[in-house]
Design a protein around this ligand. Structure first.
Ligand code: GLA
Length: 385
């Protein structure tokens, strides 16, 4: 089978087999935008999407980089006798096209959701066996992004199902970002770079600290497989949703940024507090996520205690700087050391260290520095080359 062969090629003969890789020119850096699911779930309608498009512009989120407006499950209503999909008439009486047109008219991009199975997870019509029709329909509506889920899949291997939609999207001649949502069950990092622009590595996130920690840890296992064109996806952001403290939201956003995760806002941006807005638009944090080198920062050091653990996460940036996070998982304040050898710098060499949240340089050091981190907090640094 085509993809099976390609997966072997990756290990042995990358250059020779690159013809089979996904080459749609998209996702050179992680995707940024908004997705309806984490906040609205199935309570989605065209008024919400219309207002969200307006708010992305008026709030300044679009200017900060959030360009995709993605409708998740529950927009689809029914499939006609000719096998073509139609939106839910009650919640999207004017159809999908006007929403995509509106997004485009404001310089944004528009995304949809479907499922590589008979039904979506919420029970709407899925795309299995209708991939060509659906890709054609999406392209005709002006869709720029497809999130493709994994429910009701008839136990057919994802290595069969996901490439069929990839090829159908490519055949439309419209550039459509392909976001695979296979939940990490078949180790997608090992084969998905040939198929999609991003692939989920975990089950669904929820707005709880334990969930945020477990998503980023599961995702971390696959850090070597990410790069420009294809990124690991530990699921969408819960920043702005009830369940996480302000400190935890900053830690969540920091880790997603460092790990080159998609930054897909999952809250109701029509009611955004200043505090949440400041997290989501932190320019130096976003710059690390969008760094063109595209190397996923990962856990490089960890120490476990009775009531938690402390970590150091790090990753290189295009200009030779190193992005570093110290993370305190415990419920008491912790002192977390960063040493050059742990984050890939030469011991004894002098480097300036910048606090990317405060946007301030904190000093020059020649072997490392020490951070004091509040419970469930991070210190996020950019170490100058
Ligand atoms: C799955 C996905 C979620 C969301 C829902 C929609 O659970 O993992 O991200 O898309 O389906 O039903």
């Amino acid at each position: 089978m085509k993809v099976g062969v390609a997966a072997v090629c990756v290990a042995l003969l990358v250059a020779v087999c690159s013809v089979e890789a996904l080459n749609n020119g998209l996702g050179k850096t992680p995707q940024m935008g908004w997705n309806s699911w984490n906040y609205f779930a199935c309570n989605l309608n065209e008024q919400i999407v219309n207002e969200t498009i307006d708010n992305l512009i008026s709030s300044g989120l679009a200017a900060a980089g959030y360009r995709y407006v993605n409708m998740d499950d529950c927009w689809a209503g029914w499939r006609d006798d000719a096998g073509f999909i139609h939106p839910d008439n009650k919640t999207f009486p004017n159809g999908v096209r006007p929403l995509a047109d509106k997004a485009h008219s404001k310089g944004l991009l528009f995304g949809l959701y479907s499922d590589a199975g008979e039904k979506t997870c919420a029970g709407r019509p899925g795309s299995l066996n209708y991939e060509k029709n659906d890709a054609y329909t999406y392209a005709s509506w002006g869709v720029d992004y497809l999130k493709y889920d994994n429910c009701y899949n008839d136990n057919i291997s994802p290595l069969t199902r996901y490439p069929i939609m990839r090829d159908a999207l490519n055949a439309t001649n419209r550039k459509i970002f392909y976001s695979m949502c296979e939940w990490g069950v078949d180790n997608p990092a090992t084969w998905a770079p040939l198929v999609g622009n991003s692939w989920r590595t975990t089950g669904d996130i929820s707005a709880h600290w334990a969930s945020v920690m477990s998503r980023i840890d599961l995702n971390d296992e696959w850090w070597k497989y990410a790069g420009p064109g294809g990124f690991n996806d530990p699921d969408m952001l819960e920043v702005g949703n009830k369940g996480l403290t302000h400190t935890e939201q900053k830690s969540h956003f920091s880790l997603w940024a460092l790990a080159k995760a998609p930054l897909l806002i999952g809250c109701d941006i029509r009611n955004l507090s200043r505090e949440v807005f400041e997290i989501l638009t932190a320019p130096e944090v976003i710059a690390i996520n969008q760094d063109p080198l595209g190397v996923q920062g990962h856990k490089v050091w960890n120490k476990t205690f009775a009531d938690g653990a402390i970590d150091v996460w790090a990753g290189p940036l295009a200009n030779g700087d190193v992005a570093v996070i110290t993370l305190n998982r415990a419920s008491v304040q912790a002192v977390i050391p960063v040493t050059w050898s742990v984050v890939g710098l030469k011991p004894g060499s002098w480097h300036a260290v910048r606090d990317v949240w405060a946007r301030k340089d904190i000093g020059h050091y020649n072997n490392g520095f020490t951070t004091t981190v509040e419970p469930h907090g991070v210190f996020f640094a950019r170490i100058r080359a």
